[in-house]
Design a protein around this ligand. Structure first.
Ligand SMILES: Cc1cc2nc3c(=O)[nH]c(=O)nc-3n(C[C@H](O)[C@H](O)[C@H](O)COP(=O)(O)OP(=O)(O)OC[C@H]3O[C@@H](n4cnc5c(N)ncnc54)[C@H](O)[C@@H]3O)c2cc1C
Length: 482
């Protein structure tokens, strides 16, 4: 029997796994996706919120404000991209400016540092491209931006390097109580553990409801985005919000850590937990709203659109974090919608403390907190590039022209502590396919490298596991020409 079983390898499950790796515990993570960061943790705004939005006294406010300051040290320790850019909530009229004051008061109640309402000129000084209608803004200097899937991969890789075992492509179909713990059944095997951490995102209700009479209901809200090319990335410096509404923080415009510009999200109730499609209406709505922030947004700079599902718990609308009252040993981390990413480091610490309280483990004396990402060719100076190619000729073979990703980086992604096994896994570890041409150039080179490295036939290489094969058959004449 394992000590701890975690269901779900998003930023929450992976973060908890990494914190628990500090103890001498036998920990298993089961993830239904073909990789970590398969759910909301791969498709969100990537904002480390300051914490003024959530209601004082809520778990959202508490974990957000606790989590935000942890990002500097965590990103340095685990080598994932994070920048403290600051954020601005824009007001477009005197009435809206009064709402900023209320938001600032709420933020101060939550313990958010440095909040200030600034006038039009001060906004323009910070953001020269701001639209003419802007009247004032709430400045939150502690707001930041992060790459959510790189953060999740970094947490999971560090957990794996410290002994946590991840089983990807393992959907938990049933969970039962057994003497001394729990039994989770997957098509790939049965796993038993003393404690169960439910971090299953939009499916955390299903996991809880298999064990507890205190049922949870999670009703997803879909958020659609547009991603703009790097040439538009310099148009703004801060994350620009509009005033929050009843269904969320409103539509935002933000630079990304990779130099792109992100627009969105919408907020629509979505009955289908598998539906992450974007819609013409949703994307048009996003475009229309952000034009008020910055009028000069180029129409032809869109390179991608995507959607993510928020895990909204219907009864309380707050996070559920802690032991389930009627199922000893079950720790629920459910309803983790926004600001879940910002809260993840704080939630991970507290849940690890709950587990430690229950199991009284010894410390893991071999725990190594640091993790380094594979060196990125595009971040190297000319001299560093020359040296990299001298050491490894694969640094001289560019696979993705838009993002300057080399064959050496793709191979590193396929050989890491939690190796990528499909196109999306390579993409999220290297950025191959994330540039202007969206995989038009590297789309065929990557499967060949994946097939060569993993030993699977080219026709079995997938986009994201399961049935998402890229090729139906190999062209015999093309093979002969090789
Ligand atoms: C549109 C949108 C915008 C957002 N913007 C922000 C933001 O800017 N800042 C912020 O702080 N937060 C933001 N959030 C919230 C943030 O993304 C989430 O709080 C966070 O990613 C939740 O992480 P998680 O690990 O709980 O969930 P997920 O990342 O969804 O992980 C849950 C995992 O569990 C797995 N799973 C589910 N069922 C099973 C099963 N039966 N067996 C095995 N595995 C299973 C899933 O495959 C998934 O990988 C946003 C969310 C959305 C959707």
């Amino acid at each position: 029997m394992h000590d701890v079983l975690i269901i779900g390898a998003g930023v929450i499950g992976s973060g908890i796994a990494r914190e628990l790796a500090r103890f001498a515990l036998d920990i298993v993570v089961l993830e239904k996706g073909s990789d970590v960061a398969s759910g909301a943790s791969k498709a969100n705004s990537g904002i480390v919120h300051a914490g003024y939005d959530a209601h004082p006294g809520s778990l959202k406010a508490r974990y957000n404000v606790m989590g935000n300051p942890l990002f500097d040290a965590l990103s340095a320790e685990l080598d994932f991209p994070f920048r403290r850019t600051g954020s601005l909530v824009l007001a477009f009229s005197p009435e809206e400016t009064a709402e900023l004051d209320a938001l600032a008061r709420r933020g101060r109640d939550n313990g958010v540092p440095g909040l200030a309402v600034i006038g039009r000129d001060a906004v323009r000084e910070r953001e020269p491209n701001i639209g003419p209608e802007v009247h004032a803004a709430l400045l939150a200097p502690s707001g930041g931006i992060v790459c959510p899937y790189e953060m999740t991969i970094a947490l999971a890789e560090n957990a794996a390097a410290n002994g946590v075992r991840f089983f990807r492509n393992h959907t938990v179909d049933t969970v039962d109580l057994i003497p001394g713990g729990f039994r989770a059944a997957t098509a790939g095997g049965v796993f038993e553990a003393k404690l169960l951490v439910n971090a299953a995102g939009i499916h955390a209700d299903a996991v809880n409801n298999m064990l507890s009479r205190r049922t949870l209901t999670i009703q997803p809200r879909r958020g659609e985005y547009l991603l703009l090319d790097r040439r538009a990335g310099g148009l703004v410096r801060h994350t620009l919000f509009q005033l929050p509404g009843p269904t969320g923080k409103g539509v935002l415009l933000t630079p990304t850590v990779d130099g792109n510009l992100l627009l969105g999200p919408t907020s629509e109730e979505e009955p289908d937990k598998d539906n992450t499609e974007t819609t013409r209406e949703g994307l048009a709505y996003v475009r229309r709203l952000v034009r008020r922030d910055v009028a000069s947004l180029p129409d032809d700079a869109v390179i991608a659109s995507f959607a993510g599902l928020r895990a909204r718990e219907t009864a309380r609308g707050d996070f559920t974090v802690g032991p389930c009252p009627d199922v000893p040993g079950l720790i629920n981390v459910a309803g983790i919608e926004s600001p879940g990413l910002s809260s993840a480091p704080a939630i991970a610490r507290e849940v690890a403390a709950m587990v430690a309280d229950a199991l009284r483990p010894q410390p893991n004396r071999r725990f190594a907190p640091e993790r380094r990402a594979a060196p990125r060719f595009r971040h190297m100076s000319r001299e560093e590039r020359r040296e990299a190619v001298r050491r490894d000729a694969d640094y001289g073979r560019v696979v993705c022209r838009c993002e300057h990703v080399t064959r050496a980086e793709v191979l590193a992604a396929l050989r890491g502590p939690l190796p990528a096994r499909d196109m999306d896994g390579v993409k999220r570890r290297t950025r191959a396919g994330m540039g202007r041409c969206q995989g038009g150039f590297c789309g065929m080179r990557l499967p060949e490298i994946i097939a060569g490295e993993t030993g699977v036939p080219l026709t079995e290489v997938t986009k994201r596991g399961g049935g998402s094969r890229l090729l139906l058959t190999e062209n015999a004449s093309a093979r002969r020409e090789e």
